[in-house]
Design a protein. Structure first.
Lengths: 109, 109
DNA sequence: TCTAAATATACCGCGCTTAGAATATGCCTG
DNA sequence: CAGGCATATTCTAAGCGCGGTATATTTAGA
């Protein structure tokens, strides 16, 4: 599949990143999130909507409230994507010299 | 330290994500990146500037050209950040019931 | 059924980011 | 040192995303 832009841009917003980190310690209601972030409730609802659209959270209605809970899937996809870079930084394999030689070889044509 | 917003927003742009994935297979010059992405050279330079500012790439001048090479640091930081969520999705530990009980207990006050 | 509380949606205005085009800079070669 | 190539920077206009405010919706309780 490859890494999704929606996943990254969801986290690229400070308040949303903060929400995700809050939910790491357990589910929370909209009001609680708003309180802890010092944010107005509508903004929180909108951010949660974005997070929900790309699978970061799921909702559990309970009477008046709506309990939001983190979903592992997008985080796992990020982890898989990062895995594809691991070889690069573990083998301290510096292809720069190879590349330079290859460049200069091409230049002679 | 925590996860940096700059790192995430750098990757949240489709062309920049594409550049990072291109560089996964080895260093490239600006011109080559522009060609493979079908992008104009100035935009590529600008994207590389952003990636450079948050430590994603380093430059190696070689005569006329500038060779860009991926740096592992930001990717490692992302990996560390994700590590802090691993417990959540490995222990299939669903705190939702606990949380509900706790909520209703608070309501009685 | 009326009210209050919790949450979601709609609308508006602004600031940031991007692409595009023009221009500047740096480096090699004849 | 003049000219050409690779790259960086600047400027501008347009689009998107965010916060703020007002409003709609749902649910519990009197």
């Amino acid at each position: 599949m490859g890494m999704k832009i929606t996943t990254l841009s969801a986290l690229a917003e400070p308040n949303r990143l903060h929400i995700v980190e809050l939910l790491r310690d357990g589910p929370l209601t909209v009001g609680e999130i708003a309180e802890r972030l010092g944010l107005a409730q509508p903004q929180v609802s909108k951010h949660l909507r974005v997070l929900s659209d790309c699978g970061f959270v799921e909702v559990h209605p309970s009477a008046n409230r709506r309990i939001y809970k983190l979903r592992p899937q997008p985080l796992m996809e990020m982890s898989d994507w990062l895995e594809s870079f691991r070889r690069m930084w573990e083998e301290r394999f510096d292809r720069l010299d190879d590349y330079l030689a290859q460049l200069q070889k091409k230049d002679k044509e």
